[in-house]
Each structure stands twice: as C-alpha cells, then as structure tokens.
Design a protein around this ligand. Structure first.
Ligand code: AHM
Ligand code: MG
Length: 336
C-alpha cells in the first residue's frame, strides 16, 4: 500500500466534515485518545525493562486478574479524557461502573461518552506478544447539561459515531472509523506522529485464515464444531490456515489485511461467550462493517443487539463477509 505523507492531525482536519455532528469536539476527543495511546505505547514498549510486568494481585469485576499494565493503561486513558475536558462520561472494561465526568466549570455540557478496553489481550504482555486498545464513541442520549446515565452507555452499536483500535505490535498502529471507511495510521516513534499508512482498509471478501481457540473445541456448540471441520476439509480452496494469537486486536488486524474469520463462540465453559459487547465486539463490528466485512453473534448483526448491561458478553464471529456468512449457515442449522 502506498505510504501517504499525511499525519493523523492533517487527516482529521481534512476530513472534519465526515465526523457526524462535527463541531471540532469529536476531533479533539480523537486527539486525546491518540495522545493517551502514545503514552501507553511507550510503557508497553519498555515492559521488559521495568518492574511493571506481572499480575498486580487485583481482580477486576469479571473475576479476572488485572495486569499492572492494564491498570496503567486504564489510568492514562481516563486521566487524559478527564483533564482535556472533552467527554461527559466513560466506561471501561477495567471499571465496575460507568463514570460521570463534569466539565472543568462544573457543568455537564459535553456530548460524547467513550467506552474503552484499555489493554486488550493483556495476558500476552508477559510474553512480548502484541496487545491493543479498543475504543468506541457515542453521542449521549440524555439531555446535555445533566450528568450522564446508564442509558448513554447501553446504546446499540449502530449508534457509534467513531470506533477504533491501537495495536501495539511490531509497529504501533491506530485504525479507526467515523462511519466513512476505515483508515490505518502508523506511529513514527522518532517523531511521535501517526502517519496515514493504510488508507481505506477493506477485508477481502473471502480469506483462508480461521482464528479460534480450538483448544476449547469439545465445549463449542455444534454449529461451530461443524464450521471448524468445514475449514479443515480438503476441498476447493480448503483446508484453511489456523492463526490464533489470542489477542483480538492483532487477530482482527491480520484478518482484515489478509482475509479471514475470528470466532469467540459460546462454550460450556463460557455460556455467553468471553468477549464484551460494549468494549470489544461493537467497536470491532463497526470497523468490520465499514471495511466490507461482517460481524455477527452467529445469527444476527452485532451492531443490532440491544445492550442490557455494561459488561455484557456475546459470542463473536467477525471477518471476511463470505466466511462469516458461511459460519452463520452452520449456526442456523442448530438454532433452537
Ligand atoms: P481480555 O480483555 O481479558 O484481554 O480478553 C480478551 C482476549 C482477546 O483479545 C482474545 O482474543 C481472547 O481474550 C483470548 O481468549 P482465550 O485465551 O480464551 O482464547
Ligand atoms: Mg479485552
């Protein structure tokens, strides 16, 4: 892909009209997220050098051990958003409840809420494997001038005004959408600026990679088991290749570039799936649809699911449109 000498800042200004309700506020919000991402990136990169590796000993609301860098990333994103006086509230995978943010003058006049998974795939940190940040931005539904309420966060994914991820990989990339396609920016660490490196990203219609934690095979629903067997069958363009990093952002990123499907299904061990609708699936689903891909819970579009709770989990099928459609066919055969 040709490298365009355009910085993220220039791109945002040039495409200001693409932000719904553009008033410069959303651009400033994006800037704060990317600034926080630079700080997290710096810390992730020196993870092996300082005493920041390993579990903190704390357990988050979902009973999972928090890594030190999870907490660090959470604090950086939240503090940046608060200090920049830009959002009226946020919710994080690492926080028990949503947080109301007042303006610097004590009012509640800001319009946007941010939902974030500050460091996804964090069990990979100790072994130097890529992790990511996932974010999602909505316009509040409660009246401006009042504190945000739960309803502002429990919106359908279709209502997102922007979403994206940062992948802390061999290079650091920001990939985001405002509903006008998906663009990828690579961080030039020497200059501290993101440059447009992957304009107009698209999932190939069809791919040859499937990504699933096959170790859980015996616990999967029959539709998923059959789809996996289909992926492995010697026929036409099959068997497909299995690639599973265990870091959603990285698996998604690879599949978007090369073509593939990522699946985190329900299982007897995790009857609702593992991934969170609000912090992980909705933003990735928005990106997928904007990149000609598809995101489903096996039966319906992720973006059409009405959320009922902040930390809700859903099964997740995302990737190249034809592959997700095929997986849905298998799921439908066993729908009760
Ligand atoms: P996390 O938010 O606790 O990091 O969990 C999400 C991660 C995804 O990035 C990844 O795809 C999945 O969990 C891996 O789970 P598993 O180890 O069960 O395959
Ligand atoms: Mg996560």
């Amino acid at each position: 892909m040709p490298f365009k000498n355009i910085t993220l800042g220039e791109f945002i200004i040039e495409n200001q009209e693409q932000f719904k309700f553009a008033e410069g506020e959303l651009s400033r919000l994006m800037n704060s997220i990317t600034l926080a991402a630079k700080v997290v990136n710096h810390e992730v990169n020196k993870a092996g050098l300082v005493d920041i590796l390993g579990a903190s000993g704390d357990v988050n609301i979902q009973g999972e051990t928090q890594q030190k860098l999870d907490i660090f990333a959470n604090t950086v994103f939240i503090n940046t958003l608060k200090r920049r006086d830009i959002v009226c509230g946020f919710a994080s995978e690492e926080e028990d409840d949503f947080v109301i943010v007042s303006d610097n003058d004590g009012g509640f006049d800001h319009k946007y809420v941010v939902l974030i998974d500050p460091l996804d795939g964090s069990s990979n940190i100790d072994v130097n494997v890529s992790v990511g940040t996932i974010f999602s931005i909505y316009r509040r539904v409660s009246p401006v001038g009042t504190p945000v309420i739960l309803k502002d966060f429990l919106q359908k994914g279709r209502n997102q005004v922007a979403a994206g991820y940062i992948v802390y990989g061999t290079s650091t990339m920001l990939v985001y959408t405002t509903g006008h396609g998906v663009n990828g920016f690579t961080l030039n660490p020497a200059l501290g600026s993101y440059y447009l490196s992957h304009p107009n990203m698209k999932f190939p219609e069809m791919g040859s990679v499937y990504s699933v934690n096959e170790g859980n095979y015996v616990h999967f629903p029959q539709g998923v088991k059959d789809y996996i067997k289909y992926c492995q069958r010697e026929e036409e363009d099959r068997p497909y290749t299995l690639r599973y990093i265990g870091s959603l952002v990285s698996d998604f990123h690879r599949n978007m570039i090369k073509g593939g499907i990522y699946i985190y299904p329900t299982s007897t061990k995790a009857p609702k799936g593992k991934l969170r609708l609000l912090y992980e699936c909705n933003p990735m689903a928005f990106l997928a649809e904007q990149a000609n891909g598809k995101a489903s819970d096996g039966y319906q579009a992720i973006l059409d699911i009405e959320p009922t709770e902040l930390h809700q989990r859903v099964p997740f099928f995302v990737g190249s449109i034809k592959m997700v459609e095929k997986a849905e066919e298998f799921m439908t055969l066993y729908k009760e």
